[in-house]
Design a protein around this ligand. Structure first.
Ligand SMILES: [Zn+2]
Length: 281
């Protein structure tokens, strides 16, 4: 199922294509003998990932949460990450009847290349905002990290695909937990990068949480299964546990960005009593 209703909002999981990342990096200290039951590695030890931006349509407008991989890939990049993108985000939006200039707001959990690549599109030699009328909401500390070329995760950012948003005066930098629009909130969660945020959609007593890289794949519902990519793994463990407890208690819908199988689900428990992802629908 690719759509759910949360009160007055309709949430649609869009598909911006598949790619592959190293399984060891995605599962950190978890032994391969355990994770390979959930993510089968290829000959290069890479596992399947997807990019699923979330379209939220409701009383405060048309909102896009995350922007996908984008069209940045040269051949080396496309091969290294096995990018498989027969139909990109703009086409996925068109299938929902949404033109790029009809997107009112873009909200980003963070701005690593696999989440923010689609913010701009190539026009001739220039990179221009893909969503020219949208206001883009980004945490200030993740924005600053993206432009720190000596930073420890500089390779994860493509600042040339961010700059046009600021140049077009379409950027709103926010600090910490905030209400972006009526019904759309950002909440800092996890140690993936500076100021990683989950995005909450709330309406009529219902809540959906777009988890970004706090829980990238359904298998990462286990609090201790933390990515090697995370800068502050202990923060991820603590925040993931707290957020999933709240989501379980309040029956939130969860939206996953990277899982190749599941876009929406809820918090369940496995037979050992640990958190498990229960697909919705
Ligand atoms: Zn990611």
């Amino acid at each position: 199922m690719n759509a759910v209703r949360i009160g007055d909002w309709t949430l649609t999981a869009l598909d911006d294509g598949g790619f592959r990342l190293d399984g060891g990096a995605m599962y950190g200290i978890v032994p391969r003998a355990l994770w390979q039951r959930f993510s089968a590695p290829d000959a290069l030890n890479r596992i399947a990932m997807r990019a699923r931006p979330l379209l939220a349509r409701g009383p405060a407008g048309t909102v896009l949460i995350e922007a996908g991989l984008g069209d940045a890939g040269d051949d080396v990049f496309t091969e290294r990450f096995a990018v498989d993108r027969p139909r990109g985000l703009v086409e996925a939006l068109a299938a929902e009847g949404v033109a790029p200039d009809a997107v009112d707001h873009v909200v980003l959990s963070h701005i690593h290349w696999d989440h923010a690549g689609g913010l701009v599109s190539r026009r001739g030699d220039a990179l221009v905002p893909t969503f020219p009328n949208a206001q883009h909401h980004v945490q200030r500390r993740t924005w600053e990290a993206a432009f720190d070329r000596d930073g420890p995760r500089a390779a994860s950012y493509h600042p040339e695909r961010l700059e046009p948003i600021a140049n077009a005066d379409r950027l709103t930098l926010v600090d910490g937990d905030c209400t972006v629009l009526p019904g759309i909130e950002m909440r800092l969660a996890g140690g993936h990068c500076e100021a990683h945020a989950v995005v909450l959609v709330r309406s009529a007593g219902e809540t959906a949480a777009f988890l970004g890289d706090l829980v990238p794949l359904a298998s990462h519902m286990r609090p201790l299964w933390v990515m090697g990519y995370d800068m502050w793994p202990m923060q991820t463990i603590a925040d993931r546990r707290a957020l999933l407890e709240e989501a379980e208690r309040e029956r939130w819908v969860l939206a996953l960005y990277h899982d190749p199988e599941h876009a929406f689900g809820r918090v369940g428990r496995d037979k050992r009593g640990e958190f498990a992802f229960v697909p919705e629908g």
